[in-house]
Ligand binder design. Structure first.
Ligand SMILES: NC(=O)c1ccc[n+]([C@@H]2O[C@H](COP(=O)([O-])OP(=O)(O)OC[C@H]3O[C@@H](n4cnc5c(N)ncnc54)[C@H](OP(=O)(O)O)[C@@H]3O)[C@@H](O)[C@H]2O)c1
Length: 175
């Protein structure tokens, strides 16, 4: 079965974005050696991404080309929408969709986020691995990694790594 991997960065207090959705605080953390935090390895092992429509809107607002143009990209939205460049919108239940997607042939699947979609798929027990990079910053407010209603989910730590930039990356699997 294909593996669903949540690869994401949070603040120390567990936020993935400011209350208005901005992730400027992540980009502002100095990275003089251009560390990639395992990003290239992740991309090499996946051929599909999943994201909620709010995350997609933030990605669209970023400068440059669509960053996952060589992947199959699904965007969850409750409104039926025509497909857009590089993405297919999914209006059906994310749990049923992902459950059947994981049964198809293919490489790993990257769950990009955000918090709403993370919570739905966590609660359904569909996330196989969580790669969480904690940034050296307290935001105080924002959009949480998992929202209200996230189910209590014990995890097993697979590995952890500290980076000179101050990030700590933890890899967990459901216990
Ligand atoms: N720090 C990081 O590494 C990182 C990574 C990813 C995302 N983010 C941030 O996360 C933020 C967005 O997170 P979020 O929690 O607000 O939103 P989200 O999970 O990205 O998307 C929420 C949207 O998904 C759709 N949706 C939710 N439940 C659904 C369901 N049951 N069926 C179908 N569609 C459903 C809805 O779209 P419609 O309104 O169209 O129906 C909803 O508005 C962004 O600011 C982004 O920058 C940060």
């Amino acid at each position: 079965m294909r593996k669903l991997i949540l690869y994401i960065a949070t603040s120390l207090d567990g936020y993935i974005a400011r209350p208005d959705g901005r992730v400027d605080w992540l980009e502002a953390i100095p990275n003089p050696d251009l560390l990639d935090y395992g990003y290239d390895d992740l991309l090499a092992g996946i051929d599909t991404t999943l994201m909620g429509n709010s995350t997609y809107q933030v990605v669209l607002g970023m400068e440059g080309e669509f960053p996952y143009a060589d992947k199959i990209n699904y965007v969850f939205s409750r409104s039926a929408r025509p497909d857009a460049p590089y993405v297919q919108f999914v209006a059906e239940d994310p749990v049923a969709f992902v459950r059947s997607l994981k049964q198809t042939d293919g490489q790993g699947i990257w769950l990009i986020g955000g918090g709403q979609i993370n919570t739905i798929l966590l609660n359904a027990g569909l996330i196989d691995e969580l790669i969480v990079s904690v940034a050296p910053i307290v935001l105080g407010a924002g959009i949480p990694l998992f929202g209200d209603g996230a189910a209590e989910t014990p995890l097993t730590l697979v590995s952890s790594r500290a980076f000179d930039t101050g990030f700590i990356q933890m890899i967990y699997q459901p216990a």
